[in-house]
Design a protein around this ligand. Structure first.
Ligand SMILES: C[S@@+](CC[C@H](N)C(=O)[O-])C[C@H]1O[C@@H](n2cnc3c(N)ncnc32)[C@H](O)[C@@H]1O
Length: 167
């Protein structure tokens, strides 16, 4: 497979997972966390798919397309290790969806970030919340969801915090 084919597949898989997650939280009130703004592609997709949802974006250094930069109130600038803990405390139980696209391509660094996110995130999750990430996470009290059709195992990872009040 050419690198072009591989890039297209990766983006198609990402979009399929984002669309599945956006549909899955239709009945789950709460805000969205976007971990890693990058050039703003997935942030832009999420704000289009989830009109009316507040999206808080975490990023250490903004380098996005100017039209895809959130306002100051919704941009949490700095390392996740510093910005996630206060946000999780402030929005405990109020986060309906978390999207993490944080891979650097360096396995050791990616494993550290995945461990950090896995440790810090759980108190933020609302019942029924969906977490999707390009890294394997090890989150307490979530179930692993199947990937959308056509998405290769391991390309993305989907989790849901069960809602014990649901019938
Ligand atoms: C792959 S890019 C995100 C691409 C984005 N989803 C898009 O569609 O354009 C990953 C981003 O995560 C950010 N990032 C990685 N580790 C971070 C950390 N520990 N704290 C804050 N930001 C981090 C990087 O700066 C980078 O912009």
């Amino acid at each position: 497979m050419s690198r072009l084919d591989s890039a297209i597949r990766r983006l198609q898989a990402q979009r399929a997972c984002l669309d599945l997650a956006a549909a899955a939280i239709a009945g789950v009130p709460g805000v969205v966390f976007e971990l890693g703004l990058g050039n703003g592609r997935t942030f832009d997709h999420l704000r289009e798919r989830l009109p009316g949802r507040e999206i808080f974006v975490f990023e250490r250094k903004v380098a996005a397309h100017p039209s895809c930069i959130p306002d100051d109130e919704h941009l949490l600038l700095g390392d996740f290790a510093e910005t996630l803990p206060p946000a999780v405390e402030r929005m405990a139980g109020m986060v309906a969806m978390v999207h993490g696209d944080v891979g650097s391509g360096r396995a050791e660094i990616d494993a550290e970030i995945a461990a950090l996110i896995s440790r810090l995130l759980p108190p933020a999750l609302a019942p029924g919340a969906i977490v999707l990430c390009d890294q394997t996470l090890s989150l307490a009290e979530v179930e692993v969801l199947p990937l959308p059709e056509g998405v290769q195992p391991g390309r993305y990872h989907l989790y849901r915090r069960p809602d014990s009040s649901a019938a």
